[in-house]
Design a protein around this ligand. Structure first.
Ligand SMILES: Cc1cc2nc3c(=O)[nH]c(=O)nc-3n(C[C@H](O)[C@H](O)[C@H](O)COP(=O)(O)OP(=O)(O)OC[C@H]3O[C@@H](n4cnc5c(N)ncnc54)[C@H](O)[C@@H]3O)c2cc1C
Length: 409
């Protein structure tokens, strides 16, 4: 007689994506385990840091489907307008929530607040078990299950599951253990993140300003406060990280201009080296890669988490339907159906993010003219703008039930 595995589903990595998938599946009759190296309630949790995440409107719908939007909503600031400009060149485009007939184009939330709300939600489901602090150190594939070796407080244990989900981030060890190769592109850019206070209120506007050293975004976060994501060349980082707040804000003011009046204060600066990383396949025997383990994008268009959340919506539906039909969760047909469903959106978002970074991070005369014309054309052509907005809000393509705000049940 074969012994059933310990879990139906084991998730390696309980960051925003791993914990989000567990919550999406928590109402299903499945035994789910999350293996997370850094306990979620601690300040060191790397996925739940002080970066702000711009949630697309489509992500709000997914959280509604999962049932946790009422808990997240009070911690968000809506984006009602998006202002896109190119420093030193003509051409501006404005996107308005009203044009898309939506209450907001998106919502800004601190990653830490989002992560802690997801874990709060998980506490209601006893069939989801959190193993933390615990780190995956090895895996061993067998025909009917997969064995995961973890180390927890100095003790090594082996767990078994029908399906392993690798959500262990951009440097995924599981991806390496599965010998899945990656395609990597180093942009030579780093993001500097900080909260800034401004003289004028943001009026729920997100600003995306392209400069010759890289894009600069300001996301509305609370009253008269915005979250800065300033992409600079790697060579500028030692200086910009070391200067005092006043000098830093003077440089920022010069790059951003006066749209929000003076920058009056700045919080702690955080540094993130940027790259594009895509795993060349997302499936292995009884294993799937999701989130940053599968695709780690430049934050220029604020798409990384939104894309990962759409992966969650499609994977949760595929697994719930497979389980209901009595199919094996780790069967190749189940996993291939998921991967094919997500291929187009993942490819489109990774390509367009990469093009945006390359197109807007230089000062060639011909390109800056084309950029100016492009932004002006976008501003003057409502159908083109509506298409862009559908894509940016995550509402294009075949939508899983969760993406339509419906529960999986
Ligand atoms: C500056 C910046 C701004 C961004 N802004 C936006 C935005 O506005 N909108 C948006 O959609 N996206 C944004 N993103 C992207 C978003 O932050 C990521 O897509 C998201 O955090 C990915 O989450 P993840 O859970 O896949 O990976 P991670 O956040 O890397 O989490 C991985 C988890 O796995 C754990 N782990 C790692 N190895 C192991 C192991 N061996 N065993 C057990 N656990 C392990 C880690 O402790 C961690 O908790 C931004 C990114 C950056 C850098």
């Amino acid at each position: 007689m074969t012994v059933p595995p310990d879990y139906d589903l084991l998730i390696a990595g309980g960051g925003l994506i791993g914990s989000g998938l567990a919550l999406a599946l928590a109402r299903q009759p499945l035994r789910i385990g999350i293996i997370e190296a850094v306990p979620p309630a601690t300040h060191e949790q790397p996925s739940f840091d002080s970066r702000a995440i711009a949630l697309a409107f489509g992500s709000r719908q997914i959280f509604e489907g999962i049932g946790c939007w009422p808990a997240i909503a009070p911690k968000t600031t809506p984006i009602r307008h998006i202002h896109i400009s190119d420093r030193g060149h003509f051409g501006v485009t404005r996107l308005e929530a009203a044009q898309a007939s939506l209450p907001a184009l998106g919502y800004v939330v601190e990653a830490r607040a989002l992560g802690q709300t997801i874990y709060q939600g998980l506490k209601n489901f006893s069939q989801v078990e959190l193993l933390s602090p615990a780190r995956v150190i090895n895996i061993n594939s067998e025909p009917a299950q997969i064995q995961i070796q973890i180390v927890s407080q100095g003790r090594i244990r082996t767990l078994s599951t029908r399906l392993l989900i690798a959500a262990d981030g951009g440097s995924s060890l599981v991806r390496q253990l599965l010998q899945i190769p990656v395609q990597r592109k180093d942009y030579g850019q780093t993001a500097i993140i900080a909260n800034v206070a401004t003289e004028r209120p943001h009026e729920y506007t997100a600003f995306e300003r392209f400069t010759n050293t890289g894009p600069l975004a300001l996301l509305p976060l609370g009253e008269k406060r915005s979250n800065l994501v300033w992409t600079v060349k790697n060579t500028q980082v030692p200086y910009l990280a070391a200067v005092d707040d006043e000098t830093f804000l003077a440089h920022l003011q010069q790059r951003f201009g006066q749209r929000l009046g003076h920058f009056t204060r700045i919080g702690k600066r955080h540094i993130y080296p940027l790259q594009l990383l895509r795993s060349q396949q997302q499936l292995a025997h009884r294993a799937v890669l999701i989130g940053n383990a599968a695709h780690n994008l430049h934050p220029v268009a604020g798409q990384g988490f939104n894309l990962g959340l759409r992966d969650i919506a499609a994977l949760a539906q595929t697994l719930a339907d497979a389980h209901k039909a009595g199919h094996d969760l780790g069967a190749p047909e189940t996993l291939t159906a998921y991967a094919q469903w997500r291929q187009w959106d993942q490819h489109l978002i990774a390509r367009s993010t990469d093009i945006l970074v390359r197109l807007f991070s230089n000062d060639y005369a011909g390109l800056s003219l084309a950029r100016g014309l492009g932004l002006t054309a976008l501003d003057l052509l409502p159908p083109l703008k509506r298409r862009l907005m559908r894509q940016a809000t995550g509402l294009a393509g075949r939508q899983p039930r969760l993406s339509r705000g419906l529960s999986l049940l």
